[in-house]
Design a protein around this ligand. Structure first.
Ligand SMILES: [Zn+2]
Length: 457
């Protein structure tokens, strides 16, 4: 590469919301911003099996915006392929990422085993993308990075992490290289969140890489407490159960916060409140450990989390599923792509008295999206299940900012970026956001495609 040349390659989350991976290279070094797994549509998931078009052993370091699977879930695969550098993130991000990749390896090992046993894999022998052994080799590479301080991650690369209000520990990342500042938004939270701190904003960006998950819409204004109260009470009156598939990290905790509020205000029927997700329980501990990253007090945390029966091992989970007592269950995964929520859905999705409440973004190709779109049946464990339960959507709890939050997030930039790249969105969302951003700021904007390389000068 020519001297002083800089380039970025979009190895994921370009034209889609998952698989975030941005490779930044100058003449001597290369770092990766995020290292996420592709999720959702099969054609996307298949990309996880396609090795990145570079020698991964030459990547000097990885920096993580946050601990969600679609931002860190490819790490063990990259280590398996030869990556040996350090992986930097905020202290909470590092803890969350460790939990997420271990869980992901376990699910992949179990899925492969089940597919092989029941013969419903289309491949000859189903294999996991990576195993718990690969995770064990990844863990020593993690390094906590301080917030709001420049950190040198390679000779030519300095980075700075600042909270952006999406999940516990989530940040946007500024990268200083070759006298340029590149800003990667990560996933931007809503301006107001009941638990997290207000998102910080960038002041300077020569090049801006901004997400656009909700770039084409505004969140519906919903009185979340009233909505939950109505759905829960009407379901329990019919003798049904409420199943809430929730992201263990961390809409599950926000839901716990809201359900706790309803309980305190005597607006809930006397039924068990159940949290069936070991990972969500781990997250509860992280909220108690990392008080600097959110706005709840020790007492509030303890009171909220003790309102729930936390289900432990698989045996305990099976008992709760088997019981016919009406209840409110929060379980992962949030888009019903896997996890314990599937065994509850298998039991209750065909029950017209029960209700399934979806929370937040449901990506294309996921069961959550199918339910939201009104599909009459859903496939789980290799079988079709008729959808008879009521399907609801809690719209006010998104971990993502909407179009106006995204537009406001860039309003403290003192000068126009040389170029803005809109990433991390389905095509329609990215394009609608491009039009609004152009209209409001008149910047030079591009929507890159997957595996595209752009030269920055
Ligand atoms: Zn995220």
């Amino acid at each position: 590469m020519e001297k002083n040349k800089l380039q970025v390659t979009f190895l994921g989350a370009a034209g889609t919301v998952t698989g975030s991976k941005y490779l930044i290279e100058n003449q001597d070094q290369r770092i990766l911003v995020d290292c996420g797994l592709f999720q959702g549509l099969k054609e996307l998931r298949n990309l996880n099996w396609q090795n990145p078009p570079i020698d991964v052993a030459t990547i000097d370091a990885i920096v993580l915006t946050h601990g969600h699977l679609d931002h860190c879930g490819y790490l063990p695969r990259l280590v398996k392929l030869g990556f040996k550098g350090m992986i930097y993130g905020s202290a909470a991000t590092v803890e969350i990422a460790k939990i997420i990749i271990a869980d992901s390896a376990k699910i992949q090992e179990e899925d492969a085993e089940r597919a092989n046993q029941h013969g419903y894999s289309k491949h000859e022998i189903a294999k996991p993308l990576y195993t718990l052994d690969d995770v064990a080799k990844t863990l020593p590479l993690f390094q906590n990075a301080p917030l709001e301080k420049w950190v040198q991650v390679a000779d030519d690369f300095e980075v700075r992490f600042q909270l952006n209000g999406h999940i516990l520990g989530s940040t946007f990342i500024e990268v200083k290289v070759n006298d340029q500042v590149l800003v990667f938004s990560g996933d931007i939270g809503q301006e107001k969140d009941v638990m997290l701190r207000v998102p910080l904003k960038p002041k300077q960006a020569d090049y801006l890489f901004i997400e656009s998950t909700y770039g084409d819409r505004l969140h519906q204004k919903q009185d979340t407490l009233a909505y939950l109260e109505e759905k829960i009470n009407s379901t329990i009156e019919k003798g049904g159960t409420i199943i809430i598939p929730a992201f263990a990290v961390e809409r599950a905790q926000v839901l716990m916060y809201y359900l706790y509020q309803l309980k305190m205000q005597n607006r809930l029927p006397e039924v068990p409140l159940i949290m069936d997700s070991p990972m969500a329980t781990d997250m509860v501990h992280l909220f108690q450990k990392f008080h600097d990253f959110h706005q709840l007090s020790h007492q509030e945390c303890a009171a909220i989390f003790s309102t729930f029966k936390m289900v432990g091992d698989h045996g305990a989970s099976k008992k709760v599923v088997a019981s016919d007592v009406p209840k409110i269950v929060v379980a992962a995964s949030g888009m019903a792509t896997g996890g314990r929520v599937l065994s509850y859905l298998a039991k209750y999705i065909g029950d017209e008295n029960s209700t399934i409440l979806l929370v937040g973004f449901q990506a294309e190709g996921t069961r959550g999206r199918q339910m939201l779109d009104g599909c009459h049946e859903v496939k789980m464990y290799g079988k079709f299940f008729k959808v008879r339960a009521e399907i609801g959507s809690i719209t006010g709890l998104s971990a993502h900012g909407d179009q106006s939050d995204l537009l406001n997030w860039v309003n403290e930039l003192q000068e126009a970026p040389k170029k803005v790249f809109i990433v991390h969105g389905e095509r329609q969302a990215s394009d609608a956001f491009r039009v609004k951003l152009m209209d409001q700021y008149h910047w030079n904007i591009e929507i890159p495609s997957l595996y595209q390389t752009v030269v920055l000068d």
